[in-house]
Write a protein that binds this ligand. Structure first.
Ligand code: GLY
Length: 373
């Protein structure tokens, strides 16, 4: 795995070096006919930082100053996004992997300032009655005021990190309270996750689990399960609360225990006969990163750590079949990483699938960049 992993990492770095010339300061999201540059966006959607996060990892691997120059060129874009009033729980993805990761990489106060501004914006979505972070919608819109989603577990590291950077506990307290509510309400008894859960936004009373992504309300969206594994593992790393470790371990046990023979999940673990069947390789890549995090967790026993490490490597080995790292006709890296688009099965490349595959390869080869810590 080590030599293969190194070759794969080198191929991804070479692909990024080509892509960055094509992308300028725009962002890839999903490919069109194999090419990201046919469907770029200007502001970063919810996924822009997976691209700049890949550049940051490549910079850490190579020390190539041209990559850092590129990353600085995106700074006005990330600043403008906040200045123009953008708000969504995905602020966490966007500014953790850009502002926090680059502050840790360079020590430049400009990134620290951006991280703090983004954390303030995310904190404004915290509902003190229900002790949760609202997922979607503008704050002035009444709809969706009481909705949380499992994906948000990966948006909490921005808050934990800004508390660590500033010494101001309010961000960490909100993140930990949200994680606790997610554990109590998004997690079902069998360690699968609802995609979303609704609260009464005025009094905070829990109302019930709901469905958005995945196949159905009681099905198991594989990417949501993966967000939960990695997200709870990171909440444990940031807080030391063993309830988060247990939640991550239970979600991981379900994920591993329900994989098909080729070890790459379908986009939903509970698809009825006749439902569209398609892989979501990004779910496997995110879960692999979460399993590597669990293997390193201080509260994990030696045997459990070894099992998590082995399971992560097994997922990575299975993903190799989907890798286009050396295929110059494709600008993406990991095929079949969306799952379903507007109700239809899709074989798309996604920048988040590429990012987590790259991060997992780095972890597998002993490069612990700790992009979320
Ligand atoms: N966070 C959105 C998704 O996983 O599709």
């Amino acid at each position: 795995m080590h030599t293969q992993g190194e070759q794969e990492i080198a191929a991804i770095v070479a692909k990024l070096t080509t892509n960055r010339r094509l992308f300028g300061t725009r962002f890839p999201h999903l490919d069109r006919e194999g090419r990201y540059e046919r469907g770029m966006n200007e502001d970063g959607s919810w996924t822009g930082s997976f691209w700049t996060g890949m550049l940051t990892i490549a910079y850490r691997i190579t020390g190539n100053p041209a990559l850092l120059d590129d990353l600085y060129r995106y700074l006005p874009v990330y600043r403008e996004r906040l200045r123009s009033g953008y708000t969504d729980h995905d602020l966490g993805f966007l500014y953790q992997l850009y502002a926090v990761a680059l502050y840790r990489t360079t020590g430049d106060a400009a990134f620290r300032e951006l991280a703090v501004q983004a954390a303030e914006r995310l904190l404004a979505r915290y509902n003190p009655h229900g002790k949760f972070i609202r997922a979607w919608g503008r704050l002035e819109d009444n709809d969706l005021r009481g909705k949380i989603i499992i994906d948000c577990m990966m948006n909490l590291p921005l808050l934990y990190n800004v508390s660590a950077i500033t010494g101001e506990p309010k961000y960490r307290e909100a993140a930990a309270a949200h994680a606790d509510n997610s554990r109590r309400h998004l997690l079902r008894a069998d360690a699968t996750a609802f995609h979303t859960f609704d609260f009464d936004p005025d009094i905070g009373a829990p109302l019930g689990g709901r469905w958005h992504d995945g196949y159905a309300e009681q099905s198991v969206w594989s990417r949501g399960q993966a967000w939960g594994i990695y997200g709870f593992a990171l909440s444990y790393a940031h807080t030391g609360d063993p309830a988060f470790l247990q939640a991550a371990e239970r979600m991981a046990a379900y994920f591993i225990g329900h994989l098909p023979a080729d070890r790459v999940p379908m986009w939903d673990f509970r698809l009825p006969d006749g439902a569209p069947r398609l892989k979501d390789t990004s779910a496997a890549a995110i879960a692999a990163c979460g399993l590597f995090e669990l293997a390193q967790a201080s509260g994990t026993t030696t045997a459990a750590a070894a099992a998590c490490d082995a399971a992560a490597r097994e997922l990575l080995a299975a993903l190799r079949e989907y890798s286009a790292a050396t295929d110059e006709t494709r600008s993406g890296v990991l095929a079949c990483s969306y799952g379903r688009l507007n109700g239809e099965p899709s074989h798309l490349y996604s920048i988040w699938g590429d990012y987590f595959y790259f991060e997992a390869l780095c972890r597998a080869t002993g490069r612990d960049w700790r992009m979320w810590l």
